[in-house]
Design a protein around this ligand. Structure first.
Ligand code: ZN
Length: 409
């Protein structure tokens, strides 16, 4: 099986190389904004889409007019039009699906997500030392990077991007893995919680990290300082960088944790049963709509923040692809009643769960940790999904949706 994997490293640029990267990223941003403006106009005027080949022709014109636009590798600029094409395809798809916010592609601002892609011709040269890798970039020459781990497979393309603490290169590689097969069938149900990140049906648990919570005081302090400074002054800029660095730090901790947690679960099981959680909908619901304003907005917001904080959605994605790589599979079940049902006798009632942490069945008096009880229910649901196929789940979900839909008078 061939999979795509990316490997990201910090670049060690000379000042002239850094300047070149800034220029290319700026040129890419320029092309993005110019092309987007054209596409936006065509769309707003007559709901038309300009194809990227047409945009590439405009690009040639712009290059003739502007000298500095001929410095970046042509392919990097053409790549921008390709990316824009994808952004519009996604927009049209969401429009077709009648999504609340189809997300029209946005203009890019200087200093935010500066990056460019080198679609072809990137290759590695002999390493300078054990820790310093060398990459040859067409038109730009040799770049050094801090090699923190080995690159696997063959490089397809590379992306150079700026984070608040420097420039990075990410290699996208084609990696061949031996068709995996798990040695034994091991199925587990997992319940995702706020207090405990994951509770497994076999009683194992993974505690979460809340990097945002841990850094929130520091962030608030800098944000307050920032508000006192004159906008765009040099001191304002310094604090802004500090804030960005904290955000990056938070992101890194979270990602690292999610990788470890997902590997731990994926490596030791062949089937993982999870609830299908719509994290996006959950985070949206706190505010409610104008007709139906949300209750307990602050409390829900707190919960929502910790959901986002722990990155369940990312976790779900990590588990999914890691299971694919290791030959396992993920089964999703309907989250209905999993926290209210007794895992021993099946009695389902809100009253069974008097507190967030404790479950006590009113019918058979079974007492258990509430998350563990839920994980066992999820596992049981998983077994029935596997036994009767996916169709059963789909129809159950449909019924549930229809039941929830308010009747129109
Ligand atoms: Zn019971």
């Amino acid at each position: 099986m061939i999979i795509q994997k990316s490997f990201k490293y910090e670049l060690r640029l000379t000042s002239s190389q850094e300047e070149a990267c800034c220029q290319i990223a700026g040129a890419c941003r320029f092309v993005w904004n110019k092309s987007l403006a054209l596409k936006k106009e065509a769309w707003e005027k007559d709901k038309k889409n300009i194809h990227r080949f047409e945009l590439d022709r405009f690009l040639t014109e712009w290059k003739n007019e502007l000298d500095w636009l001929s410095f970046p590798p042509s392919q990097s600029l053409q790549q921008v039009n390709k990316d824009l094409d994808v952004a519009f395809k996604n927009f049209f798809r969401r429009l077709k699906e009648k999504k609340e916010d189809p997300g029209f592609p946005k203009f890019k601002k200087k200093g935010r997500n500066d990056s460019f892609r080198i679609p072809q011709g990137v290759c590695l040269a002999d390493q300078l030392s054990k820790k310093v890798g060398v990459v040859k970039v067409p038109k730009l020459g040799k770049f050094f990077f801090t090699k923190t781990r080995e690159i696997e497979g063959s490089i397809k393309h590379a992306t150079i991007s700026r984070m608040c603490d420097g420039w990075y290169i990410s290699f996208n590689c084609k990696v061949e893995i031996i068709d995996p097969k798990k040695e034994k069938e091991l199925i587990v149900g997992i319940d995702r919680g706020v207090k405990r990140f994951v509770m497994c049906s076999d009683g194992k648990e993974i505690k979460g990290v809340s990097p945002f919570k841990r850094n929130s005081k520091k962030l608030a302090r800098f944000q307050k300082e920032l508000s006192k400074k004159k906008k765009f002054s040099s001191n304002w800029g310094k604090i802004k960088i500090k804030i960005k660095t904290i955000h990056l730090h938070i992101r890194n901790i979270r990602k690292d944790f999610l990788h470890k947690a997902s590997s731990q679960i994926a490596n030791s099981h062949s089937i993982i049963v999870m609830e299908k959680l719509q994290t996006k909908n959950m985070t949206k619901s706190a505010k409610g709509t104008i007709d139906n304003p949300g209750k307990n907005v602050t409390a829900k917001r707190g919960l929502n923040r910790s959901i986002l904080d722990q990155g369940w959605y990312m976790f779900q994605q990590f588990v999914e692809y890691k299971m694919l790589w290791t030959g396992g599979r993920v089964v999703y079940v309907n989250p209905r009643y999993t926290s209210q049902r007794c895992s021993v006798c099946g009695h389902t009632s809100k009253e069974n769960r008097k507190t967030q942490t404790f479950f006590c069945c009113l019918s058979c008096m079974h007492k258990e940790n509430a998350d563990l009880n839920a994980a066992k229910n999820i596992l049981a649901e998983g077994h029935s999904v596997l036994a009767c196929g996916v169709e059963a789940l789909a129809s159950a979900m449909k019924q549930e949706l229809q039941a929830r839909r308010p009747s129109t008078v």
